[in-house]
Write a protein that binds this ligand. Structure first.
Ligand code: ZN
Length: 247
């Protein structure tokens, strides 16, 4: 029963001190953003090979047409949803140490979460591929594509991880540290098939953390089995969980 499980999870969070959340694109669906995999996922419509870093460097100007369409245009109207706000509230209550997110949408920060590790980088910044200057997304005029560096004129790259690129060093370091030391990991809205992020729950489990999964469908069990699985929309489940903890 979902309600019983929510009570059980609230208890676990109340009893434990070091809690982290691992989130994926499923948490942003209620904000109007699409997932990459699964039904209606972006990869059903677009070829993920176009996100290869080598492809980008060979076709920078053309790449920007669909990079803008896929990643920047949808964000213009996207607002955090109840799941993002619930996680921000958990952090405020001292019941969430960090969010490790695979999302590049910045919605956790927009909801007020402070300790957010962007495992796959972010759309909040763009970097010059020549001189390394960095720009906030808000500074860029996307009506002229591709966006160019104000200093040297070179084409900018979004500061998220393309296929074939390394996970940002600091983000990886923090994420593995949390996975190794947390008592509880909440796994929310992720299909768990993208390595190395999919390995984080396994590492947590190996170090005796309790794994709690909140997903529309069961996470890929090749990597781990959750201790508690709550099937449903995080947008509905997480606010209930916060209410239960406040009781
Ligand atoms: Zn530059």
């Amino acid at each position: 029963m979902t309600e019983d499980n929510i009570k059980k999870v609230a208890d676990i969070l109340l009893k434990n001190k070091y809690i982290v959340a691992l989130t994926g694109s499923g948490i942003s669906v209620a904000s109007g953003l699409r997932t990459f995999r699964g039904k209606n996922g972006l990869w059903e419509e677009y070829n993920p090979q176009a996100l290869e870093i080598s492809y980008f460097y060979e076709h920078r100007a053309e790449s920007w047409d669909w990079i803008y369409k896929l990643f920047f245009e949808p964000l213009k109207n996207a607002q955090p949803n109840a799941a993002h706000y619930a996680l921000a509230e958990l952090e405020n209550m001292g019941k969430l140490n960090a969010i490790i997110t695979q999302n590049i949408d910045g919605l956790h920060q927009a909801a007020g979460s402070k300790n957010v590790i962007e495992f796959h980088g972010t759309t909040r910044n763009l970097i010059c591929t020549k001189c390394g200057a960095d720009y906030s997304r808000d500074e860029i005029d996307f009506s002229i594509l591709p966006p160019r560096c104000a200093k040297c004129g070179e084409i900018l790259k979004p500061d998220f991880v393309f296929f074939g690129e390394m996970i940002p060093h600091k983000a990886a370091e923090y994420a593995y540290h949390h996975a190794m030391h947390c008592n509880v990991m909440l796994i929310i809205g992720t299909s768990g098939v993208v390595m190395p992020a999919a390995d984080l729950p396994r590492i947590a489990k190996q170090n005796n953390a309790t794994l709690i999964e909140i997903n529309l469908e069961q996470y890929n069990e090749r990597f781990f089995a959750p201790d508690i699985f709550i099937q449903g929309d995080a947008n509905v489940i997480l606010p209930k969980l916060v209410e239960e903890i406040k009781k």
